[in-house]
Each structure stands twice: as C-alpha cells, then as structure tokens.
Design a protein around this ligand. Structure first.
Ligand SMILES: Cc1cc2nc3c(=O)[nH]c(=O)nc-3n(C[C@H](O)[C@H](O)[C@H](O)COP(=O)(O)O)c2cc1C
Ligand SMILES: CCCCC(=O)C(=O)O
Length: 360
C-alpha cells in the first residue's frame, strides 16, 4: 500500500498474480504494437501551461449524459475481475461508489449485476455488451441492468471475435472453473472453461458466441428493446463516429481495446481529434487506452474528450488490495489530475481546451 505512482500498483499486482492471468491482463494482440502505440501517442503530447490564473480552488468534477462525476475519469469494462481478487467487481464497485467514479461493468463480469449495483451504492454504472449470436441473452442483460439502476449501455463493436493474443495462446489461457461470466446462461459460457494446449479459450469462446455478422442496421433492433442510452465502444474513425450518431448512439468510446484487437490499429489518442471534430458537442466522446497518470486525463480532455476510462491499472489495484487497492489507485489519479490542472492553469475541467496541447 502507499504506492507513489502507478508503477507501484503494477509491480504489486505482478507479484500476486499467476503467469497466465498476468499475461491475459497485460497482453495485447499480435506484436502488441497497438498496445505500445497508445502509450507512445500520449507521451508525444505535451501540455502548454498558462500561468497567473487563479487556481486556489481547483475542481476536477464534471458531468456526462447528465450524470455528475467526481472526476472525468471512469473505469473501462473488463471481463472477470475475480481473476484479480476473490471479491471481483463487487470490490471494484465499492471503491468506485465511495469516490463517485463511473464504473463500466463488462458483459463478462464475474459477479452479478445486482450485487455490483448494491456495492456501488447509487454511484453511476454503465453495462458493456457484446452482440452475441443469442440475441435474447443480450436483451435480458439490458433489462436486468435497467432494473438494477444502470444508466447506460455500451456496445463494443471492435471485436467480431477476440483477436489472436500470443501470450494467451502460449499459456493456453482458460477461464478457471469457479470464476465465470455469472450474468449469462451457463450454456453460453461453458467453452470459456474448456482448456486446449496452445490455444486461448477466450478467443475460441468469442468465435462461438459473438455474432460477426451484425452491421449498423442492426443497432435499431437493440435500441428498440431498451430505454437506456447506448454508447458505441471501439470507434477509431470520424466516419464510424458519424455513423454511430446517425444510428442513434448517445455517445462514442474512442478505443483500440487497449491494443488487444487490431494490432496495427491507430492509437486512441491519435484517433481522438478527428472524432471530436466530427461528433464532439453532439454527443459525449469518451476515450480509453494507456491512461496511466492524471496528466494523461488532462491531455485527452484538451483534445476534446469528455471522459477518460482506465483499464488495466484498476485490476492492478484490485489485485494489490481489493476495494482498498482500487480506492487508493483512484485517489492517486484524482490527486495527479488535480495537480496537473493547478500547474497548467485550468481550475475547472471546462477550462481545458485544445490550446493546452502540442504534439511534442
Ligand atoms: C483484462 C481485460 C479485459 C477486458 N475486457 C473487456 C470487455 O469485457 N469488454 C470490453 O469492451 N473491453 C474489454 N477490455 C478493454 C478495456 O475496456 C479497455 O478498452 C482497455 O483495457 C483500455 O486500455 P488500458 O488497459 O490501457 O487502460 C478488456 C481489457 C482488459 C485488459
Ligand atoms: C470473451 C471475453 C472478452 C473480454 C475482452 O474483451 C478482452 O479480453 O479484451
């Protein structure tokens, strides 16, 4: 406990997790070039600070889709939090709820939506969905989320299948029995637990269950069956952002899936400006990928994002200390963001704009 920066959380988690689980969490697809590109893009951006601005009161709060948020930093959807800690998503939700941080729950969460909602204690929750061949299961989950008080759905579109991820193929990564996607019928999840030497069970599971045939025209089908706003996650071009809005999306998540899908994909921070120029102001633009410091949040807000999501580090915090570890991580990032705002002359998140950024 008491890590001074995010590297301390990463090291603590590495020491606690088994090699195959660590490989699944940390890994990317292919040569992991999209994974590296996310960090490189953020490192390249530098801030142009302004001084002699009154920063005696600095407030990092914001709101997205009418939801008040303590900071413009939320938690990205990640499958199976119980891989990192026995309490899984309930511990994550407890920490998120205590600090008013938005939590996006994966369709492959390892605790029930209802238990997660109880732990979040009224703090905002979104539910992420993949489009399964078994459409009825998707709609049933959306209904349960609405009943449990979730406020939006996030449809991930960058995964017609889970990509080839060499670390998982090498380890033969298999979701352990006893940790499961408990919100889905077991008939749809069994193959994630079936081990084969030299192959990833997650990849095979996705080939069996995800529907690779859906198109923009199918979005209307889902929207007709839920009253919740629908965001589209995995957008990397202005063209697709426009299509998302034209098909009724309430927001977009700019993401290359943390470098876990198309290995040669553009970095999310590099894709962000064209997407903001296309749909910013018409709907919230959320971004994830490689956010590792509060100042990274300042940078993506300067490029026009409304909200940044953080992925892997949350699992590091969870592995380190359950709810307390996640709470500590969120507090570190909040403190770093607040300091970055003070030192660059932005007392409010609404003060942060493109004039604060330069590309190296
Ligand atoms: C272990 C793990 C599991 C993930 N599971 C999901 C998922 O179920 N649904 C989804 O849309 N994205 C999933 N993602 C992608 C994240 O939502 C997010 O796009 C990415 O991790 C952000 O990058 P970062 O980890 O560099 O912060 C997962 C990522 C990781 C690392
Ligand atoms: C079938 C679970 C997929 C989880 C996921 O999106 C990821 O590992 O990146």
């Amino acid at each position: 406990m008491g890590s001074l920066d995010i590297a301390g959380f990463e090291a603590a988690a590495r020491a606690r997790l088994a090699d195959d689980v660590w490989g699944y969490i940390q890994g990317g697809s292919g040569s992991e070039s999209a994974l590296r590109a996310n960090r490189e893009a953020l490192e390249r951006l530098r801030v142009r600070p302004r001084f002699l601005v009154d920063v005696s009161a600095c407030d990092p709060s914001t709101s997205v889709l009418g939801l008040p948020l303590a900071t413009p930093l939320g938690i990205a959807p990640m499958a199976y939090h119980r891989l990192a800690h026995p309490e899984g998503e309930v511990a994550t939700a407890e920490a998120a709820g205590a600090s008013g941080t938005l939590l996006t729950v994966s369709m492959f969460a390892s605790r029930t939506l209802e238990d997660i909602a109880a732990a979040a204690a009224g703090s905002p929750l979104w539910l992420q969905l993949y489009w399964l061949r078994e459409r009825a299961a998707v709609v049933e989950l959306a209904d349960r989320a609405a009943a449990a008080g979730f406020s939006a759905l996030v449809l991930t579109v960058d995964a017609p299948k889970v990509a080839r991820r060499p670390r998982d193929s090498r380890s033969g990564f298999t979701v352990p029995e006893g940790i499961g996607a408990v919100n889905l019928p077991s008939s749809l999840t069994a193959s994630a637990h079936r081990h084969s030497e030299g192959a990833s069970s997650i990849e095979r599971h996705s080939r069996e269950q995800f529907d690779p045939g859906i198109t923009w025209a199918d979005l209307a089908w889902l929207r007709e069956r839920t009253s919740l706003p629908l965001l589209i996650k995995g957008i990397l071009t202005a063209e697709d952002a426009e299509l998302a809005v034209a098909h009724g999306a309430s927001g977009v998540v700019v993401s290359n899936h943390g470098g876990r899908q198309l290995d040669c994909a553009v970095a999310s921070a590099d894709a962000l400006p064209e997407i903001v120029d296309a749909v910013g102001g018409r709907c919230p633009v959320v971004v994830d990928g490689g956010i590792r410091h509060g100042s990274d949040v300042l940078k993506v807000l300067a490029l026009g994002a409304d909200l940044a999501l953080i992925g892997r580090p949350v699992l590091w915090g969870l592995a380190q200390g359950g709810a307390a570890g996640v709470a500590e991580l969120l507090e570190l990032l909040r403190a770093e963001l607040t300091e970055a705002m003070v030192l660059s002359g932005c007392p409010l998140t609404s003060d942060i704009n493109r004039s604060f950024i330069t590309a190296g």
